[in-house]
Design a protein around this ligand. Structure first.
Ligand code: NAP
Length: 249
């Protein structure tokens, strides 16, 4: 498994970046997807290559089907696909109630967080399923504890998109369980990344840390370690399952 290709959407920063570095250290060949920050993606590739790992950066806005097809075409040229990490995700501006949300905001949220993940999984299943002549593989979907909490008065649209990801993880897992593919989800809690700044609240994770039973934020590495475990053969009997990595939140 460890000589196989791992496609990571949103691999240029945050949890995706950490996953790329941890997986590369285990020997996987990494396809680092990124939306627009080519410099950050190139930095991840350079960090992997500096440790004799193998990686390429591929621009892929998961809101675009054409970009997704190009991402998997590039991955095909890099080796045999072993895993997809559906990591790319966005939040809208924090503190917007549903009765204030624009249709454009909600559509963008679902296009990136839900449709993008499902289309990436479609491409991965076409390549990995034994039904299609593949040798099996793993899909890890990034959800959020927001799927359970609902994120009222914060970003209910984001929470709903992650609820959809949880259902998708369970359903797709059952669908391909007998075709050599495992599908698992991770629900991170408050993790110290740029995503909170994107929602207009850079200090959000630290501000809410007191609400976490462990009384601290999590690191991108703590999520990456769980993702890479799920990809590995150590998790060989895990499918249609969702793991909270949230300090108890
Ligand atoms: P982040 O630090 O904001 O990084 C986002 C990554 O996704 C970047 O690599 C970015 O690429 C990429 N990206 C953004 N929009 C994209 C698009 N339309 N298409 C493709 N890639 C896109 O985010 P993060 O905190 O690491 O979050 C990663 C995942 O974990 C997300 O699914 C998020 O919902 C989930 N999560 C995070 C937390 C948390 O507290 N951080 C908690 C629960 C769940 P560029 O560099 O090119 O912009």
């Amino acid at each position: 498994m460890t000589d196989k290709v791992v496609v990571i959407t949103g691999g240029s920063r945050g949890i995706g970046r950490a996953t790329a570095l941890v997986a590369a250290a285990r020997g996987y060949r990494i396809v680092v997807g990124y939306a627009s920050n080519q410099g950050a993606a190139n930095e991840v590739v350079a960090a992997i290559e500096a440790k004799n790992g193998k990686a390429i950066a591929v621009k892929c806005d998961v809101g675009s089907e054409a970009d997704i097809l190009a991402l998997f075409k590039a991955a095909d040229g890099f080796g045999t696909l072993g895993a997809l990490v559906n990591n790319a995700g966005i939040v809208g501006k924090s503190g917007v109630r549903v009765d204030e949300m624009s249709a454009e905001r909600i559509q963008q949220m679902m296009a990136v967080n839900v449709t993008g993940s499902i289309l990436c999984a479609r491409e991965a299943v076409k390549r990995m399923s034994t039904k299609h002549g593949g040798v099996g593989g793993v899909i890890v979907n990034l959800s959020s504890v927001a799927a359970k909490l609902g994120a009222p008065n914060t970003y209910v649209d984001y929470a709903a998109s992650k609820g959809a990801i949880d259902s998708f993880t369970v359903g797709l897992g059952y669908e391909v369980a007998n075709e050599g593919i495992r599908v698992a989800g991770i629900r991170p809690g408050l993790i110290d990344t740029d995503i909170h700044a994107a929602g207009g609240e850079p200090d959000r994770a630290h501000r809410l840390a007191h609400m976490v039973p462990m009384k601290r934020v999590g690191t991108a590495d703590e999520i990456a370690n769980a993702i890479v475990w799920l990809i590995s053969d150590e998790a060989s009997y895990v499918t249609s399952a969702i793991l909270d990595v949230s300090g108890g939140r």
